[in-house]
Design a protein around this ligand. Structure first.
Ligand code: F6P
Length: 530
């Protein structure tokens, strides 16, 4: 296969970018009074407004030509049909099957049924701890995809939380994370969910062992583990070796990627927090977007459009940074979840044929909820020198309505995307009465591209839609950039090095082959340990 950058579709985009990139969004808006109608899409009750992207209708047509030349629909079908498209791990990519309702595989439906029964027992108090008391607190022990997705979704659905059960999340290897939770908890009424696809992850197993010791210290008898530990994992041997009873393990298949796993039993803490019925609605929302993604033509396909805009900003406008700004306090963890989803999936530079790519791949993704970010880093977006592609996420209705908040919140969301797009010229600053000496400081260049996604409200269903929208965006970007979005070899080297350095830090194993900096740091740190 020739190079992506040599294809006619890429070259056409490069030529077009030379023409359009000097044009300001002000000019693009002036040229097309119907720009919002032409450059926005809806699906169900979701709206995607990309009229504030630095594109015109020709850009979109050329981007769709590129998608066509990359056979994006074939890849969608290959994923949907369970082909092993994660070729470096020899696995299919099956997270859509987890949320396919009655069409889901029998083993998926059976685990969902067990999750529902389990939630029922916890919620109605039939499940008792070693002392006979009901469970009041659940602690999810997991990291990466076994933490970020469930933590984000449980937080996002705070308005739907069930009373009488608190759900906590512990991820960090730093004992400060677990210790600060345990100090508030009662071992007699606490249930741990050990969430790990591989059940080999150092952070999770270390936290799980410490939690088990804490429990056994109070219970004084190993049999308490069966009443206080359950697991979500693919590794049934390891869960058994840890001492978790087989009936307390909720399995899933290896074709579920960690960062796509909140739809599997890794979602158990979500179901515990908001009830199984709401968890089912989350799955239903994602399934609705799957159906849209699988069937909508390129011109109407929301996830493909998001991906094409991402590619345009990265590769043709050189925006190496992507900000995610949910104007929703409940969605405050979404940027963190998307960070793993996008950067672990497409933060790569070797293509599916094992060749180094000669184009930029995933931007650095980050974000904060609005309006908080406005009072910290938005200064850089408005007047700094970096081009940052922004996604704004707005809710039609507040999930915690109090008078006087939501319209102001929405006004700020719209004001920011507008100010970023159109800025303020020197003449406008003068016309507003700004002192001449301050005019340079009071001008705003604008032309910062953004997309606004509007959800009618934040419900389990619309949250499922939103997450699936980004998942399929990531899939499409992988197809366009010719990457395998479903492996993560880049995380391995650091893990191997850490296992080599831990004995050195404990003083068990000096290693003279280490680099001078690492040796120096180890010897400096060891003085504090002794
Ligand atoms: O180290 C990266 C990673 O493998 C992620 O891909 C994954 O989500 C996370 O670690 C946790 O892995 P596990 O669920 O196997 O504990």
């Amino acid at each position: 296969m020739g190079r992506l950058t040599d294809t006619a579709a890429w070259q056409a985009l490069a030529g077009h970018a030379r023409e359009i990139s000097p044009r300001h969004l002000r000019e693009l808006f002036a040229a097309d009074p119907q720009r919002f109608e032409h450059l926005s899409l809806t699906h169900d009750r979701l709206l995607l407004d990309f009229s504030k992207q630095r594109i015109d209708r020709t850009t979109l047509a050329l981007l769709r030509d590129l998608a066509q030349s990359c056979n994006w629909q074939d890849w969608v079908h290959r994923m949907r049909d369970g082909e092993p498209i994660n070729h470096t791990e020899g696995r299919a990519v099956g997270h859509c099957r987890l949320r396919a309702g009655a069409a889901a595989p029998a083993e998926v439906r059976s685990v969902l049924q067990r999750m529902e029964d389990f939630c029922e027992q916890i919620h109605n108090g039939n499940w008792r701890g070693f002392s006979g008391e009901r469970i009041t607190d659940v602690v999810n022990l997991g990291i990466g995809g076994s933490d970020l997705g469930p933590r984000m979704a449980a937080q996002a659905l705070a308005a739907h939380r069930l009373p009488d059960l608190r759900v906590h999340f512990v991820a960090n290897l730093d004992s400060a994370d677990l210790a600060s939770e345990l100090v508030r908890l009662n071992p007699r009424t606490t249930l741990f969910v050990v969430a790990s696809k591989t059940f080999t992850t150092l952070e999770t197993l270390t936290n799980a062992r410490t939690a088990r010791d804490w429990l056994l210290h109070a219970a004084g008898d190993d049999s308490a583990v069966a009443r206080h530990f359950v697991a979500a994992s693919t590794n049934l041997e390891a869960t058994a070796a840890f001492g978790i009873a087989p009936e307390n393990v909720f399995p899933f298949a290896d074709w579920v990627g960690g960062r796509f796993s909140l739809w599997s039993s890794i979602g158990l803490p979500i179901a515990l927090a908001v009830g199984f019925r709401n968890f089912s609605q989350l799955l239903a929302g994602a399934h609705d977007v799957d159906e849209h993604f699988f069937s909508a033509p390129a011109e109407q396909n929301l996830p493909l459009t998001l991906a094409l805009l991402g590619l345009w900003n990265s590769n043709f406008l050189a925006a190496h940074s992507q900000g995610i700004f949910p104007y929703s306090h409940s969605l405050r963890l979404l940027p963190k979840h998307l960070q793993q989803l996008e950067m672990e999936s497409n933060g790569k530079r070797v293509d599916r044929d094992g060749q180094f790519v000669d184009y930029t791949t995933n931007p650095v993704l980050w974000g904060e909820p609005g309006t908080n970010g406005q009072h910290s880093f938005f200064q850089l977006l408005h007047q700094g020198s970096a081009l940052v592609a922004c996604d704004f996420i707005a809710l039609g209705r507040s999930d915690f309505p109090l008078p006087g908040h939501h319209s102001n919140l929405l006004a700020n969301c719209l004001a920011q995307s507008s100010a970023l797009a159109f800025g303020q010229t020197a003449d406008e600053a003068r016309a507003a009465g700004i002192d001449e000496a301050l005019v340079p400081y009071r001008t705003f260049p604008g032309n910062q591209p953004s997309t606004t996604i509007v959800l009618p409200e934040l419900s389990p269903f619309t949250l499922g839609q939103l997450i699936a929208l980004y998942e399929h965006k990531v899939f499409c970007l992988g197809v366009l950039w010719r990457l395998n979005s479903f492996d993560q070899w880049g995380v391995e080297l650091g893990k191997q090095l850490a296992s080599r350095l831990a004995p050195c830090l404990r003083g068990e194993h000096p290693d003279d082959t280490l680099d001078a900096s690492t040796r120096g740091l180890i010897s400096h740190l060891r003085q504090f340990r002794s």
